[in-house]
Design a protein. Sequence first.
Lengths: 422, 461
Amino acid sequence: MNKNKEQLLNKRYKAEQRFRLYGLSAIFMALLFLTIFIFKIFSTGYSAFQKTWLIVPVTFDAELMMLDQNPSKEDLQDADYYDIALKSMADLDPNANEDQENELKRMVSYFFEKEIKNELLNDPNLIGKTKEVYLTASDDLDQVFKGNYPRDLPEDQRRVSDYQLKIFDQLVANGKVESKFNISFFTNADSREAELAGIASSFMGSIFSILVCLMIAFPVAVLAAIYLEEFAPKNRFTDFIEVNINNLAAVPSIVFGLLGLGVLLAIFQLPRSTPLVGGITLSLMTLPTIIIAARASLKAVPPSIREAALAMGASRMQTTMHHTVPLSMPGTLSGTIIGLAQALGETAPLILIGMVAFVNTIPGSPMDPAASLPVQIYIWAESAERGFVEKVSACIMVLLGFLIIMNLFAQIIRHKFEKKWS
Amino acid sequence: MNLILFTFIVLLGFTSYYFGRKKAYTIQSTKKRLTALPQFYGYYLAIWCAIPAFIIFSLWAIFEPTIVKLLILSDYSNQGYLDDELNLLYEKSKALSRGQFTGEITPFIEASAEKYLSLRSIAQSSKVVIVLSAIIASVAYAYKRISSNSRTREPVEKFLNAVLFTASLAAILTTVGIVFSLIFQTIDFFKVIPLFDFVFGTHWYPAKAFVRDSSEVLDPTMYSDTFGAVPIFAGTFFIAFIAMCVAIPIGLMSGIYLAEYASTKVRQYAKPLIEILAGIPTVVYGFFAALTVGPFLKELGTSMGLEVSAESALAAGGVMGIMIIPFISSLSDDVITSVPQSLRDGSYAMGATKSETIKRVIFPAALPGIVGSILLGVSRAIGETMIVVMASGLAANLTLNPLESTSTITAQIVVILIGDQAFGDPKTQAAFALGMSLFLVTLCLNIVALRVVKKYREKYE
C-alpha cells in the first residue's frame, strides 16, 4: 500500500519534470531557430561587404585613344577607352589567342572601360604612361577569391573557364588581386551584374516610402485615436469603427496590395512602381497599429490629469490638446516607430503595385520608380547568379540593422520619456 | 507650382492667425472682456483661411481633368471615333505634352498636346487667382466679424472635433476601399467563370487564359477547366496546417513555461528574444526557406531514399511555423498570466503538482483565450505571402504529400499580378477573386478570434 503510494508520487514527480522539460525545450527550440537563422544570414552575407579587384597595368596610349597632343577635358571625356581597356586585359597573357582574349575581358566587370576612364580623368598626366589600375573583378571570380565557388566542378558546368582560373591564380600569386571594402554596394543602384549591383536605389525607395507612410499614417492615426479615446460617444457607430480597426490590423498585407492596385493605380491613376503609391499603401497598413498604440497610451494617462485641467476651467478640447496628448506622446511615438519598422519590412503589397520593376537609377523623389530593400531582397533571391546570394544576405543584414535601430529607438523613447503613473 | 501655392497658403494661414490674435489683443486693450483666449481668435481666422482653400483645391482636383478632357475631345466630336479611340488619343496627347510619347506623332495629336498644355496652364493660373481671392475674401469677412462678444472658441473646437471625427473614419474608408477594389473585379470574374467552376473545379492553369483582344467575343468555354480553385485552397490550408503543427506545440509550451515556470530574469530575456522572430521581415524567412531549408530537406530526403521537391510544402510550412511561434507564445503567455491566482492556489492546496495544475486547471480556464490566439495564428499563416512565393511551388498541385510542392492563394495572386496587368482580363480578375476569398476567410477567422479573446478577458477582469 505504502509502496504503491510512493510509486505513484514518484510517477507524478517524473511527469512534472518531463512537463517542465518540454517547456524548456520549446523555448530552446525557438531560440535555436533564431540563432541558426542569424548565423546563416551573417555567414553567407558578410563577404558581400568585401569586393575583389584585379590590379591590371594600363598603358594610356594616346594613339589608341584617338587623342591629339594636349587634349582638353572634353577630349578626354569623349576619347575611346575601349581599345586600351581591351588591350590591357589581353596583355595579361601575351600568348593569348582571340578566344582567350575574350575570356580575359570577361574576367572583369563590363564597367572596366569606365573605371579606366575615371583613372585618366582624375590624372590627365597619365597619357603615354603605364599605371596599375584597380578593375572590378567579375562576380564569378569574386566568388572564387572568396572561396565560395565550386572550382572542382567539370569545366562545362562552370561559368569560369580553366583558362580564366589559371590566369586568375597567376594574378593571385603575384599579389595582383586585392579585396577591399565594397563601397559600391552602398552607392550603386541595382544592376543585372552581381559585382556592380548595390542597394542605393532600393534604400532610397525604402526611405521615401517610409516618409510618405509616416506623413500620412501618423497624423491621421493620432487624430483618430484622440477622437476615439477622448471624444467619441459610446454608440454603435463607434463600436463599428473599433471593430474595423481591430480587423484591419489582422488583414493579410497582400490584400492592401490589391487595394493599392485596384484603387490607387487603376482609379486614381497614380504613377506605377513609385514610393508614393507604396507609401500610401503601407500607411493604410500601419494605420491600425498606430491607432491602437496611441489609444493605449492615451488610456494610460490617469483621469486625475484631465480632472485637474477641467477643474481649472479648461474646455475638453484644451484639456486634451494641452495635457492628455502631450503626456501620451512617448507611447504614441514608440508605437509609430514600431509600426514603421513593420512597414519597412513589408514586401508583398509593394510587389503588387509594381515596385519590383528593375530600376538602375537612384530615385530622387517619391514620384520616381524605385524598389525597396525587402523587394530588392526578393529580386536578388530570384536571380540565378551565384554572386547574388551573398548580396541578398548582405541586404538582409542592412535591413535587419535598420529594424534593430528603429526598435531600439522606440524602446529608448518609451523608457526615457514615458511617465510612470502609480 | 502646386507646392509653392500650398506653402503660400500655409503662410497666409499663419498671417491670419497673427492678425486674429492681434485684433483680440487690441480689443483687450480697450478694457473689454473677451469671450475666449486671444489665440482662439487667431485659430478662428486661420480656419476661415483653410476651409475655402481646401474646398477649391478638391473641386479642382475632381473637375479639372474631366473638363480638360472634354474640351480637348470636343475637337474630335462628330468624326466617328469610338470611345476607346478617343481615350487613346487623349492619353497620347497627354504623353506628348509631357515629352514621354514614343509613338508616331500626327498633327492631330500635336495640336491636342498643345491645347492640353495651354488648357492646363489656364486651369493652373485660374486656380491660383480663385484660391487667393477666396481666401482673402473669407478671411477679411471673418476679421470684420470678430468682436469682443463674438464666439470664437466654440466654432474652433467644433471644427477640431469634426477633423478628429473625419480622421477616425479612415479605418472605415480603408475597409470600404478594400471591399470596393476587390468586389467589382470579382463580380466581373464570375460573369465569365461560373462560381461553381471556381469553387469546385480541380484544375488551375491561369497561364492558359492569355490576354484577349478586346473586340473578341467572350467564349466562356475557353476558360473551362482553367480557374478551378480547389488545389489552391487545399494548398493554402495544407501549408497553414503544417505551419500550425510546428507553431502550436512550440509556441504553446514556451508560453506556458514563460508564464508558469520561468524566473523573472529568464522571462525578461527570453520573451523579447522570441519576439524577435515576429519582427523579422517575411521576405527574409522566404529567402531562408528557399535557400537553406528547402535544399537541406531535399538532401535529407535523398539520403533516406525519399523523393523530396526542393520547393516542398514542408519547407515553406515549417519556416512559416517558426514565424508564427511568437504570436502564439506571447498571446498564450498573456492569457495564462491573466488566469486568477485563486484557481492555482486552490489546486495546489489539494496537493496537485505544478504541471497537474497547469494541465487540469489553468489550461481549461485559459482555453478560450488560447484558441483565440491559435485562430489569429492560422489567419496569419493563410495570409502569409513571401515565404510561399519564394519557397513553395508556383504550379497548383492537388496533393497531400508534404514533400511535393503546392501553391497557395497568396502565391497565386503574386504570380498573376507581378509585372504588367491588363484590367478586364479574366486572369487579372481571378487574382482579385482569390484576394476576395482570402479577405473573407481571414475576416471570419479574425472576428471569431477577437470575439473569443474579448469574451475571455471580460470573464477574468
